[in-house]
Design a protein around this ligand. Structure first.
Ligand SMILES: C[S@@+](CC[C@H](N)C(=O)[O-])C[C@H]1O[C@@H](n2cnc3c(N)ncnc32)[C@H](O)[C@@H]1O
Length: 325
């Protein structure tokens, strides 16, 4: 991928292995309440389906966060300063970063980190076309495990910043989120600015519709996990025997995505068999919703001081600027 015309560096490839995927799935399906980590939803097809979700009328987070970033891009650029080294966690299609890149003063290098390798390569290639002067160094990694940022030769940066949009941090439990933030603190260093998108607690019907759209795209995204298991791990899931469900968990203030078994059935993954009772579910994703103070407290536990927070007029979504202590 390295070329004289492009400033796109070769991919640093730490994609989780098939063995990690297999053991993650088998451990989760062996638990008393079956679950599979949401990080496995993102194979190439899952990433494309997620991009489709972002366009849905019910999925308010993308357009609301995009609006906040557009309104405050110059405030963010001022905070980050010139020649920043910008690390994005869970960069996906790389759409929102364009808003910041347009506003930033000569960004030194952009390092998108994502578990979904092919999607990351495609998004980085696209971005390099739009920003031909920008150094881009993509990293395929599971950010829940330790990983190092590559040294990009010839890059002199004045500041370091992190960007974690999409309320993806909501996929973690509160404890995991604090630990994740502490990890980014170590990775980015003291003084780094972190910009995080956080979805807020709101009317339950609005929330539920965002995770169970009328066109069935979120259902296809969730069920794609079973298709992926069949393809990559030799699973025998019959997708017509499961359905998608989005539930609001009031105690934990989170939306949960589940795959509900429509009948008693057995499923094999290689040599392992798993029994499902009718109505039993696999919990595949949580999306925790926050209140402004609740997230500030969490950020403090992760070693960050709050600097600013911006919201939309309905108070649906928030973008926080934090500084690593
Ligand atoms: C909810 S999407 C958000 C995408 C984009 N940032 C946005 O705001 O629209 C989550 C993104 O994080 C990536 N991701 C999920 N879990 C991950 C993990 N453990 N390590 C690295 N990337 C992960 C997914 O591949 C996906 O691109």
């Amino acid at each position: 991928m390295t070329g004289s015309k492009t400033r796109l560096a070769e991919l640093q490839d730490h994609e989780p292995s098939l063995d990690e995927f297999r053991s993650g799935v088998i451990d989760g399906l062996s638990a008393p309440r079956k679950f599979i980590s949401s990080k496995f939803l993102y194979d190439a097809r899952g990433s494309r389906l997620f991009d489709d979700i972002c366009e849905l009328p019910e999925y308010y987070p993308t357009r609301t966060e995009t609006g906040i970033l557009e309104r405050h891009a110059s405030d963010i650029a001022r905070l980050l300063g010139p020649r920043t080294r910008l690390v994005e966690f869970g960069s996906g299609a790389g759409t929102k970063i364009r808003i910041l890149l347009d506003a930033l003063d000569r960004p030194a290098v952009y390092l998108p980190v994502d578990i979904s390798r092919d999607h990351l390569v495609a998004a980085s290639t696209d971005l390099a076309r739009t920003f031909p002067e920008l150094r881009i160094a993509p990293v395929c990694a599971d950010y829940t495990a330790p990983f190092a940022l590559p040294d990009v030769p010839g890059v002199a940066h004045e500041t370091t910043a992190g960007f974690f949009p999409g309320s993806t941090i909501g996929n973690f439990t509160k404890e995991e989120a604090a630990a994740f933030l502490a990890g980014t603190h170590d990775l980015l260093g003291s003084g780094a600015i972190m910009i995080v998108g956080i979805d807020l607690v709101k009317d339950i019907d609005v929330l539920r519709a965002a995770y169970d759209d009328a066109a069935g795209v979120t259902a296809a995204f969730n069920l794609n996990l079973l298709r992926r298991i069949n393809r990559e791990l030799g699973g025998t899931f019959d997708l017509s025997r499961f359905r998608h469900e989005a539930r609001w968990n009031d105690g934990l203030e989170r939306i949960e995505m589940h795959l509900v078994s429509l009948r008693d059935q057995d499923v094999a993954i290689g040599a392992q068999r798993f029994h499902f009772q009718e109505g039993e579910t696999i919990h595949t994703e949580s999306s925790h919703k926050y209140r402004l103070d609740g997230f500030r407290d969490l950020a403090a536990r992760g070693g960050y001081d709050p600097i600013e927070v911006w919201t939309d007029e309905k108070q649906f979504f928030s973008v926080h600027a934090l500084r690593a202590r």
